[in-house]
Design a protein around this ligand. Sequence first.
Ligand SMILES: CC(=O)CC(=O)SCCNC(=O)CCNC(=O)[C@H](O)C(C)(C)COP(=O)(O)OP(=O)(O)OC[C@H]1O[C@@H](n2cnc3c(N)ncnc32)[C@H](O)[C@@H]1OP(=O)(O)O
Length: 292
Amino acid sequence: MSEGDDVTDIERVGVVGCGQMGAGIAEVCARAGLDVMVAETTGEALEIGRTRLFNSLSKAAERGKISEEELTATQDRLNFTTDLGEFADRDLVIEAVVENEQVKTEIFQVLDQVVTRQDAILASNTSSIPLVKLAVATSRPDQVIGIHFFNPAPVQKLVELIPALTTSEGTLSRAQLFAEKALGKHAIRAQDRSGFVVNALLIPYLLSAIRMFESGIASREDIDNGMEMGCAHPMGPLKLSDLIGLDTVASVAYSMYEEFKEPLYAAPPLLQRMVDAGRLGRKTGSGFYTYD
Ligand SMILES: CC(=O)CC(=O)SCCNC(=O)CCNC(=O)[C@H](O)C(C)(C)COP(=O)(O)OP(=O)(O)OC[C@H]1O[C@@H](n2cnc3c(N)ncnc32)[C@H](O)[C@@H]1OP(=O)(O)O
């Protein structure tokens, strides 16, 4: 390694989507001192996202994790737009929209048109959609990679790096430097197989807990207490499903089932019914539990 090889060259980041994950990723990047541009589809969605992000920053300040000066400086590093055209000068764009292949593909096609920097990295926070499909939707498949964060992004130390078959070694090492040096995360690498490392292990466990609840073997509280108190998990599987979002759990399970056709990845009917009912967990105020 020559001198400077361990310094990230990424200073301007774009985040597409300001939902739960997008807002968390934007917060992590802005707190790391990077210039961040966040995009949403409508002014209303942008306002909701901005409020979510600024509330989270204010909480961090209240808890003494950042000073009042850092709060102001971090807010100043965050810019918001409904126009992806403003991503022209970004060194790295992280797409963090719904787990829907068509929606993500269309965003990658647009990013390919609007991001003018020749060496920009186009990344997806997808949990399960094949990165190669997003890569080949662009004219620069060597610069597309998965950078997968965990919820809540400001808290969880891990990111998964997922190169597609087309991703260059240079893109992978720049993404790793970004994750580790700029953000201070721990990066693990996984092949482009649905679920990568963490969800390949986590999703079957969450689905098993939902099946257990659905079949009446135990109450939701006893299932969650079982794993919290029996195995020292920070939250039980039903609470965790509510945190991730039941629509996301179902979408990831669907992609994994499509890929492997293994029954352990098949979403139980109760999960699908709850998604159909709009009970998506914390973000809608009700899932396995209800929230204020
Ligand atoms: C589906 C996918 O593709 C990938 C995924 O995301 S899988 C999901 C991965 N996430 C998990 O497994 C979450 C497991 N749960 C946890 O880690 C913890 O329960 C939790 C961090 C969510 C909450 O922890 P807790 O101890 O119950 O609550 P709380 O005391 O409020 O928070 C603990 C710390 O996290 C911080 N925190 C909690 N939620 C936060 C948020 N949304 N944003 C920023 N910080 C947050 C708190 O400020 C607190 O920090 P300090 O201890 O430094 O003060």
